[in-house]
Design a protein around this ligand. Structure first.
Ligand code: UD1
Ligand code: UDP
Length: 362
């Protein structure tokens, strides 16, 4: 059994980490194709170093571009590699352009595809990610939805239940496997002179938010109002897309908001685990907040992760400053006693078990 893992962005590296680690432990015949969608050191190599992964066998170095250009370059590059290597199964995770390109390339060569994190839907067709995840699910031979809810969505869309396996989300594996390590290896609170439970953590990078001046200004204003009301600093590790837009729009960063470079996964986990509140438009950060039992305010009008809201760990605020403030007040009054609805931390093992058969995975 020969397995090809295709990835290209920061969250895919993190969410594939438990699968890659297990492949190594079991000495499976696998190789990694990196599309190079993310390439800055702190969006890419840093994670390979921290998570102690082997270097990808291939890196297509596609870099940035329009969605069509980026996806097209990846499709052509991945196809060539798959023709040469002829794996039995290709594994993709999530909803990026890398994921769609990987799934399309494999499908056209009739190679079996496994989609990790299948069945998520925001029902917002303006998001590039929504189209990517729908098309990828529909190309796939094995679907690994994280929850019963995402399985239901797939069943409603007419997929055969025989190809659907609820595994939990691999982000739970990544959090459980790295939290303790983070506390041993890094101390970002000390580095940034922060106290536990005494700061707010913000991330925002989503195209529909940061590519529109009004939306990113709304997010910053909301964070500023909250920071003033609570008299707490805001820490905002800034995604390269957002940094670029802030410069283009000539936006002045309000007082109390501290922009920092994107951090490693261990540092970020520590920042999340000790924050009073997390404000984010990231998919994985909504999940991590929920797993770590830190209240989360989502800077979007919808989410493909409704389980986090259902258990009481998340709320949708959009980008209006007053609404961000109001939702933050609600979340700060919640008890942090919700259950983690996203899995038991063994999703990677379960996925490999299904792909290669019971015997080899314990
Ligand atoms: C992509 C994914 C998004 C995911 C995010 C994770 C798609 C459609 N979007 O968005 O779903 O949430 O990754 O972070 O696949 N840039 C750099 N260095 C890098 C990467 C990007 O400077 O290493 C800058 C470039 O200016 C680039 C911009 O960020 O144009 C956007 O990068 P891109 O990969 O196109 O989209 P993301 O916003 O990162
Ligand atoms: N993350 C990180 N450093 C940061 C910001 C985020 O390591 O400075 C991690 C975070 O823990 C999560 C992932 O990156 O696992 C989220 O990536 P992103 O928000 O870019 O993508 P999304 O999940 O929205 O697709």
């Amino acid at each position: 059994m020969r397995l090809s893992i295709i990835l290209g962005t920061r969250p895919e590296i993190i969410k594939m980490s438990s699968i890659i680690r297990k492949c190594g432990e079991l000495k499976l015949d696998y190789f990694i194709i990196h599309t190079g969608q993310h390439y800055s050191y702190n969006m890419d190599k840093l994670f390979f170093e921290q998570l102690e992964f082997p270097k990808p066998k291939y890196n297509l170095d596609v870099g940035s571009g329009t969605h069509g250009e980026q996806t097209g370059k990846m499709l052509a590059g991945i196809e060539k590699i798959l023709q040469k290597e002829n794996p039995d199964v290709v594994l993709v995770e999530g909803d990026t352009d890398t994921v769609l390109a990987g799934a399309l390339a494999a499908h056209k060569l009739q190679i079996k595809i496994g989609h990790v994190e299948a069945g998520l839907r925001s029902y917002d067709r303006r998001m590039p990610e929504e189209i990517n995840r729908i098309l990828t699910d529909h190309c796939s031979d094995l679907l690994f939805p994280p929850t019963e809810k995402s399985k239901e969505i797939l069943l409603e869309e007419g997929f055969d239940k025989k190809i659907i396996f609820v595994t939990g989300n691999t982000i739970v594996d990544a959090v459980y496997q790295n939290l303790e390590l983070a506390n041993k290896k890094v101390n970002i609170l000390k580095d940034l002179s922060l106290e536990q439970n005494d700061y707010l953590l913000v991330t925002a990078h989503r195209e529909e938010n940061v590519d529109t001046k009004e939306n990113i200004e709304g997010i910053l204003k909301g964070a500023e109002l909250l920071s003033e009301e609570l008299n707490l600093p805001v820490i905002y590790p800034i995604h390269p897309r957002t940094r670029k837009r802030l410069e283009e729009f000539n936006i002045i960063i309000p007082k109390g908001i501290n922009l920092i470079d994107p951090t490693g996964f261990l540092e970020f986990l520590q920042l999340e685990a000790n924050a009073k509140l997390i404000l984010t438009d990231s998919g994985a950060v909504q999940e991590e907040a929920c797993i770590l039992k830190v209240p989360c305010v989502t800077l979007r009008d919808n989410t493909e992760r409704p389980e986090t809201i259902d258990v009481g760990g998340n709320i949708l605020a959009g980008t209006n400053p007053e609404k961000i403030l109001e939702c933050s007040r609600i979340m700060l009054n919640k008890e942090r006693n919700w259950e983690n609805p996203l899995g038991d931390g063994k999703a990677g093992d379960k996925i490999l078990k299904i792909i290669i058969g019971d015997k080899e995975v314990n």
